[in-house]
Design a protein around this ligand. Sequence first.
Ligand SMILES: Cc1ncc(COP(=O)(O)O)c(C=O)c1O
Length: 393
Amino acid sequence: MTFNFDEEISRHNTNSIKYDGLQLFFGSPDLVPLWVADMDFRTPEFIIDAIKNRLSHEVLGYSLRPDSFFEAITGWLKRRHNWKVEKEWIVFTPGVVPATNIGVLAFTQPGDGIITQPPVYFPFFTAATDHGRKLVYNKLNLTNGRLTVDFSDLEEKCRQGAKMIIISSPHNPGGNVWTRDELSKIAAICLRYNVLIVSDEIHSDLVYSPYKHTPMASLSDEIASKTITFIAPSKTFNVSGLSSSVAIIPDENLRKKFVSTLDHLHIGLGNIFGNVAMEAAFTHGDEYVDALMEYLAGNVALVETYLSEHIPQIKPVTPEATFLVWLNCREMGMTDKELNDFFINKAHLALNQGIQFGPGGEGFMRMNIGCTRAKLLQALEQLKLAFSNLSIS
Ligand SMILES: Cc1ncc(COP(=O)(O)O)c(C=O)c1O
């Protein structure tokens, strides 16, 4: 298989949020979009073929998920992450954010504390607050350019009675591949205080060499029995628009509760194309992911060398995973409003503002590098020009 990640595919006028939403979300259509977390690359051929194949039978009625769907997932998790998962543990969910909200509804009550670790993917916050749960922060620290967990604060928050923690593993936006040691420490604290672990592992296949993702639930049977894991092909294979993911819940009682909440909302059916895409991705995707990560590593290297050469005041946090780069812009000495204005109106770039990700995001911007190297270079050149104009004025 060969993949051409340099191919420039216009996404304008396709109702893409990233491109066609620029006017709505940033007030201008003429920005290089490096924001919402999908990639500009062609969805790989083995997925497109699977969808086309299903489409060739022109009756799109309700659909079952066959054994081969589950085998594709268990095979992938064993091959890629050395995690042995039973078919029975797998529950289809129509997206990871919906799954997170279902977890909150199934396992917590209004007023219960839910721990998140900001700066972090912001729908974690609303998963708590939208349902009247109490959002509890276990803020990450920035230690030698890497986000790190404050374990004593985590223990204190658990001791105070939180019922659930939602972690991003790997971490969005910091790009951490949490080590076995970090995950073991988080789990030990959660187990001690009976805090349920929701482990969002949507980015777990987007890991740079030599890092290695450890599924939280693979650490021990005891941890697995208190963990709900979410995975999806959406980020890795660029199929976010299919809204398809799975929850992996080894504990039978927890699984029954989760499925019951899902069923009461009648959203467990999913869609035909999501089903076939997920099966194809996890059956045929190995070579694609390896090639993708090599390309993305080149993009990370470009961002790092370009910034250190031309704009050393912006310091990227080196991602260990994800196509997202967390840019420390604090040395630019701007308020968050000024920083946002600089990126949009001076550099003509659309990035996510750090403060969206909660405390710790001040002075940061999140850059999506899931695009062609040429587009990334263009964006960096626009940034450099805007920056040099800043120094002149
Ligand atoms: C950590 C994390 N979880 C979930 C999602 C989105 O999941 P979904 O589109 O399946 O709801 C994202 C997208 O950026 C993400 O970064």
